[in-house]
Design a protein around this ligand. Structure first.
Ligand SMILES: Nc1nc2c(ncn2[C@@H]2O[C@H](COP(=O)(O)OP(=O)(O)O)[C@@H](O)[C@H]2O)c(=O)[nH]1
Ligand SMILES: [Mg+2]
Length: 442
């Protein structure tokens, strides 16, 4: 582990949302943290890692009575000396305490700065740091579960294992090059190829986890399509359990997209109710139809509604050709039955709706629910894709009978991409990109 830099400054921030609450936590990190605590509390510092009741004073004024916990480097979240104050909640208390801390030499922390320090001190890698932000932002239990598995290191272990195997091949190919004159061979070409190919397969498997990981992180979109009056708005209202969209017997009522989010299969699924698909003279309705089509193109699920009494028309067939994966749902089956083998619902009679939800639940779980150790964002995907591309090129060079040096260029590129993924290789711009998205105080 890196030793904390002596020149490090001391930072402070509230770690809980500022506002009316029972308790509020303020953190101080850096070399002066313990000294600031002892000045404000007017006493020698409490035992390490021991909750201690102290009174904080500034210029003779009592600021608050709080519980202070002092952590000494390297045994803290950041790896530096760190103090956590559990104050009474309330904006004024937090504000006054922070002010006193800053007056004694600390500065206010930037978003994510505590976690960034933890990464720089080798307390966690970049993937784990990102999963903290994900955990904080989790909207469903499944999102929290995947974030926790990555925080615990599930994704880092997969990426490190691949990187280690590549570094071994690199080392042995380099050694072979160094001793080429003497005729030593530290790894045969078939052996190197085998190892590279395995690493490529593992990297591809990692990339495969991205669809699930990304869906778990950002949720899915479902679009409800169909001709005017098919019952789209009625179904949306029933799914979300409120009169969200306006329902009338007049075709063309819905013009703009109405969106509502439900939790299905552990993920947030945002349903979009759209304008009915028809050629319209009306400018606003025409724009609505365009929006409906483009939302459907980007959707994870398209529900295509058809009135059972009218049945499928030529227009429906033409629309359905644009969305090959669409689920056809016949509506208003209280008025006429759906065709045999077709799926039907009646909101009026409350028939088929829970079956529709159950099917969606299965679909989301089968296709999108992430397992532990999934790539969850674009940065991670791009790094894994770069690695796979470089490994593919390395295998090709080897097969084409190119020299070791040429193969090594791509192998280094692959190993570097994995190093960027976990943060073993650090770049300032990646850090900025990741940590500025954090909350203050984390
Ligand atoms: N009988 C019956 N009528 C329905 C059902 N669902 C919707 N409707 C009626 O069909 C008309 C059009 O519904 P709406 O949801 O606005 O259709 P949209 O244009 O596709 O959004 C309204 O008068 C609804 O009350 C149903 O399950 N059974
Ligand atoms: Mg509508």
């Amino acid at each position: 582990m890196a030793t904390p830099q002596p020149s490090l400054d001391t930072i402070a921030a509230p770690a809980t949302p500022v506002g009316r609450s029972a308790l509020a936590i303020v953190r101080i990190d850096g070399p002066q943290s313990a000294e600031i605590l002892s000045v404000l509390s007017g006493r020698s510092n409490p035992e390490e890692r021991t909750a201690t009741l102290v009174e904080l004073r500034s210029d003779g004024d009592v600021l608050d009575q709080c519980i202070a916990v002092r952590y000494a480097a390297p045994h803290s979240f950041t790896g530096n000396d760190l103090v956590e104050l559990t104050l009474h909640g309330g904006a004024v208390v937090v504000e006054r305490v922070l002010h006193a801390i800053v007056e004694r030499g600390a500065r206010l922390a930037e978003p994510g700065e505590f976690t960034e320090r933890a990464v720089l001190n080798g307390k966690m890698d970049l993937l784990q740091a990102e999963s903290i932000a994900d955990l904080i932002d989790a909207r469903t239990a499944l999102q929290a579960k995947v974030s926790l598995s990555n925080l615990e290191g599930a994704l880092s272990r997969k990426a490190n294992a691949i990187r280690q195997s590549l570094l071994q091949v690199i080392a042995r190919l380099e050694a072979t090059l160094d001793f080429a004159e003497e005729g030593y061979e530290f790894i045969s070409r078939p052996e190197a190829r085998g190892a590279m190919h395995r690493a490529l397969e593992e990297t591809r498997a990692l990339l495969e986890t991205h669809r699930r990981g990304a869906a778990t992180r950002s949720g899915l979109s479902a679009v409800i399509l169909g001709r005017p009056n098919a019952g789209k708005s009625t179904l949306l209202n029933r799914l979300v359990g409120s009169d969200r969209a306006i329902v009338t017997p007049i075709p063309g009522t819905t013009r703009d997209i109405v969106r509502e989010t439900l939790e299905i299969g552990g993920l947030p699924v945002t349903f979009a109710d759209t304008a009915g698909l028809r050629e319209s003279e009306d400018l606003v309705e025409g724009i609505g139809v365009e929006r409906a089509r483009s939302a459907a193109n980007a959707a994870d699920v398209v529900l295509y509604l058809i009135e059972a009494p009218g049945g499928m028309t030529g227009d429906d067939r033409a629309e359905l050709e644009r969305y090959p994966g669409a689920w056809v749902v016949y509506t208003k089956i209280d008025l006429a039955p759906a065709p045999p083998d077709a799926f039907g619902v009646s909101v009026v009679k409350d028939a088929g709706v829970s079956e529709l939800l159950a099917r969606l639940d299965r679909f989301v779980r089968d296709r999108f629910a992430a397992e532990a150790g999934s790539l969850v964002n674009e940065r991670q995907r791009a790094a894994a894709a770069e690695c796979a591309e470089a490994l593919g090129a390395a295998v090709e060079s080897l097969d084409a009978g190119h020299e070791e040096q040429i193969v090594l260029v791509d192998l280094y590129r692959a190993a570097t991409a994995l190093g960027m993924l976990t943060g073993a290789i650090t770049r300032a711009e990646i850090f900025d990109e990741i940590f500025t998205k954090f909350c203050i105080g984390k």
